[in-house]
Design a binder for this molecule. Structure first.
Ligand SMILES: C[S@@+](CC[C@H](N)C(=O)[O-])C[C@H]1O[C@@H](n2cnc3c(N)ncnc32)[C@H](O)[C@@H]1O
Length: 283
């Protein structure tokens, strides 16, 4: 009997096909409001008057629209996904939900949407301003990224912690494979403000192990690649409330079926004050 392969959650083609086959809203792990207390805390903590939120790997989750209730202006929310299909579906759904038959819904009344590969720093830089965002919202995108293949990165990596010297092409080393979540953490560090929070929901109890100072082997020895532990630290980690879980389970139409308790975890990461530079650029 042929063995059934698990879906490739790290593949762009997989996500595009999935969203094209079904454009209905789909929620991974938890409902759109599951992160609310953490987002409210993050917004309360930021000194920025009109903080910008970066919603990474938005997929077709209704969280994008729910986020509007947390901000004054929809433009404060920037939804990203590398699936162009998900981005198109998201934009159209926003028009449908918020349309006003009396007048055109203008750009200012809409959120920002961009097709971006979070593992490609150039793609991130094209869509996002540097040091702009106060909050990153991540509902299981870290899980999907963790399933991707290791990323072959150029070395020295163009994003650097100490980059006063111009990019010396002669010094270029053989590219190295680096864990995808490590690459995403560094790319996101470029576009977040010091002290920004990254709220991540995951099914893994140790999703951000690579941020520990002791996790030295996440970067190949001697590779000119920033250690993500210099850029982010985990400030809070908690299981999604058991009470919430019971309510969700009782609400199910098939509540008679025994379902083992699944504890998802919400991580709060904080951006350190360590600046990140783009090599060869004069800031
Ligand atoms: C597990 S789904 C979560 C979707 C949504 N956040 C939710 O809660 O329903 C992961 C999402 O991350 C997106 N994604 C995966 N890898 C990505 C990458 N390298 N760059 C941008 N988006 C990515 C996928 O297209 C998918 O929409």
């Amino acid at each position: 009997m042929p063995s059934k392969q698990p879906p490739s959650f790290g593949s762009q083609a997989y996500w595009n096909e999935r969203f094209a086959a079904n454009t209905d809203p789909f929620e991974w792990l938890e409902a759109p409001n599951a992160l609310d207390p953490h987002i409210v805390d993050a917004l309360d903590a930021t000194p920025t008057p009109k903080p910008e939120l970066l919603h990474i790997g938005c997929g077709t989750s209704l969280l994008s629209y729910h986020l509007r209730s947390h901000v004054d202006a929809p433009r404060q929310i920037h939804n990203l996904d590398y699936s162009e299909v998900a981005i198109e579906v998201g934009k159209i759904r926003e028009q449908e939900i918020y349309q006003d038959p009396r007048r055109d819904i203008g750009e200012a009344a809409c959120m920002r949407w961009d097709a971006v590969d979070l593992l490609d720093y150039q793609s991130v830089m094209r869509a996002c301003k540097r040091a702009a965002y106060s909050v990153i919202v991540d509902k299981s995108t870290c899980d999907s990224i963790a399933c991707a293949d290791d990323v072959l990165v150029p070395l020295p990596y163009p994003l650097a912690i100490r980059s006063y010297e111009p990019l010396d092409l002669d010094a270029a080393k053989t590219p190295e494979l680096i864990h995808p979540l490590v690459v995403m953490a560094v790319n996101l560090a470029l576009v977040t403000k010091p002290g920004a929070r990254w709220i991540a929901l995951s099914y893994s109890k140790d999703r951000f192990y690579f941020l520990h100072a002791a996790a030295k082997d996440v970067i190949p020895q001697g590779a000119a690649f920033p250690h993500p532990g210099d850029l982010w630290r985990v400030v809070d980690k908690r299981e999604v409330d058991e009470a919430d879980w019971q309510v969700r389970n009782e609400d199910r139409a098939d509540a008679v079926t025994h379902r083992p308790k699944v504890c998802n975890v919400v991580y709060t990461l904080e951006r350190t004050h360590q600046p990140l530079f783009v090599r060869g650029e004069h800031l």
